[in-house]
Design a protein around this ligand. Structure first.
Ligand SMILES: Cc1cc2nc3c(=O)[nH]c(=O)nc-3n(C[C@H](O)[C@H](O)[C@H](O)COP(=O)(O)OP(=O)(O)OC[C@H]3O[C@@H](n4cnc5c(N)ncnc54)[C@H](O)[C@@H]3O)c2cc1C
Length: 391
């Protein structure tokens, strides 16, 4: 049993804590934010692969209590005509169905589950420095406290302090070519009903929406262009953001403009951002997971699902490989090809150089899961060395 410090109590950090706890380790989570931050951020979709990972962490029920399921995907052209309608992967299995959730709600549910299982999770604890040594790794926090463990997992997101202090000090996330607007509109403006996610290939924006059982329309719009001057949520007021977006949507006959026009005050915007490929993920006793290692632009909608996959594979790697540094290498061998393919495909969609398939299966292996992934995620199956397909 190792003593493992997890920096960041977001989706990756809490999932890693659940996985490592299941693997019998002594885990503690340190989160900078003073509370569960339920109000923060957009909504997201957990795909079948993310739901499969959650099931391996025994957390399906935790997440089933928030958000709502999606069972089909509709694709509309810019005139509002239906191009295709297809069931989403996992639609027949309640545990594997796509799920649409507010990011903060998912985070809060995973934090509550982490605490319920007896894993200490300290809010208001911001990592400021790390000392890695032969006998252990010590984290120093802004409140003057410290914690020492055998291993330290950096799950502190896109602008990771762990990454800057240890593994890749000069690496910076980069803009992926799109601004992403998202919001919540009261009512089912498009009279679509719940259970479907609708994607619109607009002239100026890729638009998507889903209606919750409570009759609220969750929507997003991805727009090519320069990065936001103020870098995200601080950019303008909600009304200014809406008025910036509406003229782009009004060029089309699809329902996008009506949905956004009816949105009073909950319009947010952020830059689509990604990590460069090939950055180091570990050094000594420290490993990066989630967005800290492999943030992708949101186009494939896979960031949270990939973080959940990380958690299962890391827990299995540490379980099945006695030496932690070899376990980190084994983890990387399994994860890097998959997450970097997602960064590449998602970035190409964001930059307009790749068009998603008609079924909406945008990340390779994401909605149509392959046997390798199912084996990697299955808790009972050992994490074997992947054979080189060229060998
Ligand atoms: C607009 C948008 C839409 C998206 N849509 C989807 C989608 O549909 N599907 C999907 O799967 N993904 C989506 N994503 C991506 C998804 O939200 C992220 O990939 C996911 O949240 C990553 O989780 P994480 O835990 O790695 O990072 P984060 O969620 O950023 O969590 C990092 C945590 O670390 C904490 N932290 C930071 N610094 C420190 C420090 N120094 N000390 C201690 N704690 C610290 C933070 O407070 C935070 O709680 C979207 C992202 C965006 C921006």
């Amino acid at each position: 049993m190792a003593r493992i410090l997890v920096i960041g109590g977001g989706i990756a950090g809490t999932a890693v804590a659940l996985g490592l706890h299941k693997g019998g380790h002594d885990v503690a989570v340190f989160e900078a934010h003073p509370d569960t931050a339920e109000d923060l951020g957009a909504f997201l979709t957990l795909a079948t692969n993310g739901m499969r990972a959650l099931a391996q962490l025994d957390a399906t029920d935790t997440v089933a209590a928030v958000g709502f399921p999606l069972i089909s995907l509709r694709l509309l052209d810019s005139q509002g005509a239906e191009v295709t309608r297809a069931p989403l992967a996992g639609a027949g299995d309640p545990a594997l169905r796509y799920r649409c959730l507010r990011r903060g709600e998912l985070n809060a549910a995973l934090q509550a589950e982490t605490v319920r299982r007896g894993v200490p999770l300290r809010h208001g604890t911001r990592l400021v420095s790390v000392a890695d040594g032969p006998d252990g790794v010590t984290a120093h926090f802004s409140d003057g406290t410290t914690a020492t463990g055998d291993l330290l997992i950096g799950a502190d997101g896109l602008n990771s302090t762990v990454r800057r202090l240890t593994v890749a000090p000069t690496t910076q996330p980069r803009y992926a070519g799109q601004r992403v607007y998202y919001g919540y509109t009261d009512g089912d403006v498009a009279a679509e009903g719940t259970g479907a996610i609708t994607m619109v290939r607009g002239t100026e924006a890729a638009f998507g929406y889903a209606v919750s059982p409570a009759g609220e329309t969750y929507w997003f719009a991805r727009v090519l262009g320069d990065p936001l001057p103020a870098g995200g949520p601080d950019h303008g007021t909600a009304a200014e953001r809406r008025d910036e977006l509406l003229p782009l949507l009004r060029k089309d006959a699809a329902p996008a403009a009506d949905i956004v026009a009816a949105c009073a005050d909950r319009v947010m915007v952020t830059n689509a951002t990604e990590m460069p490929l090939g950055i180091p993920w570990h050094t000594g006793r420290v490993l990066l997971v989630g967005d800290a290692a492999h943030a992708a632009s949101p186009a494939t909608g896979q960031g949270a699902s990939m973080a959940l996959e990380d958690a299962v594979v890391l827990a299995k790697a540490l379980r099945d490989t006695p030496d932690p540094r070899s376990a980190f290498a084994r983890y990387e061998q399994h994860r890097r090809p998959r997450v970097e393919l997602n960064i590449t495909v998602s970035g190409a969609i964001s930059r307009g150089t790749h068009t998603p398939s008609r079924t909406g299966s945008t990340a390779p292996g994401a909605s149509r899961e392959d046997d390798t992934l199912i084996r990697q995620l299955d808790w009972e199956t050992p994490l074997v060395e992947e054979r080189d397909p060229e060998a």
